[in-house]
Design a protein around this ligand. Sequence first.
Ligand code: BES
Ligand code: ZN
Ligand code: ZN
Length: 482
Amino acid sequence: MKITFEKQGDIRILPMFTHDFPEDVQEDTKNWLQESGNFTGKLGETYVEVKPGTENMILVGLGPREKFDYDALRTMSFKALETVTKLNIEKANFIVPEMEELADPLALKAIFEGAMQNDYRFDKYKTEDKEIQKPDLSLCLEAKWMDGKEAILEEMQNVMDGVAIARDLINEPANVITPQTLAEKAEELLSPLGVKVTVYDEEEIRALGMTAFLSVAQGSSNPPRFIRMEYLPHGEDEPALTLVGKGLTFDSGGYSLKPTKSMVDMKTDMSGAASVIGAIYALAKNKGDKNVVGLIAACENLISGHAYKPGDIITTMAGLTVEVGNTDAEGRITLADALYYAATKVNSKKIIDVATLTGACIVALGHTYTGAITNNEGLYIEVKNASEAAGENIWMLPSHDHFREQLKGSFADISNITERGAGTITAGLFLEKFVEDKPWVHLDIAGTSWLTKAEGYLPKGATGVMVKTFYELGKEKIGDEV
Ligand code: BES
Ligand code: ZN
Ligand code: ZN
């Protein structure tokens, strides 16, 4: 899809708040719609009148004015473009009304995003029944009063490319994305943008002392990789925002084997890693103004004569010992070493990890909210503000000492399982042990990274969640309070 600002074609897309018909809709159409109630302008609702001799317009609902937010704009513009695409219309003019609510750059960004969200497809493996190819759509935006719209358009395109990169990496199956190919993708995508990508192989990971990470990796014949990505516009001496992504390219559960139904989507257990790669792509492409470092401990959790076992006691890079109550709680073990590395081997000012860590997070927050745990509320608020600008939802869970108590092991320092209940919190607090008191936020995206059916403007499958939030967080130095 191409978005331009010149008027072309004769079809108008007209957004409207509920019951608030735009002036240029003909009286008789308006009266008929109002009387019949066929179209009232509910959020995402569309009314199409496109054929010879008619008004040639698509009305699209923004919902009630009092509930207006940028997400309503994303939904409206997504639905408008979805309709246009379905009708095979090649050119349409998106008439952005001169409303106070729409006269700012964030509104424009949201409109662009909704349109671009409509572009994503993952159908490369369908040799038959491929979805209909999308027409190249020229979109005319009559936002004359907004300066800098071209720059905003380009910025948003790069962000959405970052989102698409994350989605593709997650949607690709585990026979394609292995620790090695994930590292290659990171190099291919980021090196040309001036990001320094260093990939450590098994021996180098051992030399770093990441024995906990290696314990999880040892059951697979696909060897692990540790990936370090450095985007440092301010040079090496200035501290960085460090993003750590869980990178299980497949999680069978190990000897604590998952049942078939729970295992089938476990290629997605590297969603955190994918978000980090997509976000660094968007930041580097848009020349973000903060030093950002990405870290990924990539491996597979499988079964073999070499695999780690329930009851094993392993030593982490930090020196803390962990007893393995369940080999399926592997994410926290790999992240323990990656986070300790972030805290001690990177000039990190703040650390954020992002992980498909617990099924419990889906129970607690569903597929709409990412769960958060933190040791620093100031940093959490920064992340929360970024997520609001990005249209992604996060929610902080409480981290009371009662939950920390539960981490104690019987024969080792800590255990990777806890008593029943609050599984997302205890998993997060396990990670806290490895950040060396650096400001840190943990984001559990088990529910938000993957949808079994399309939801609003998000597609079925990988959502690429947190790319936009990390982009908002990393793009500017201002607002960098903590
Ligand atoms: N990768 C899973 C978590 C997960 C579940 C992500 C569903 C996405 C969808 C993680 O490694 C896991 O299996 N966690 C266990 C922990 C438990 C054994 C303490 C879980 O959530 O059941
Ligand atoms: Zn697991
Ligand atoms: Zn996992």
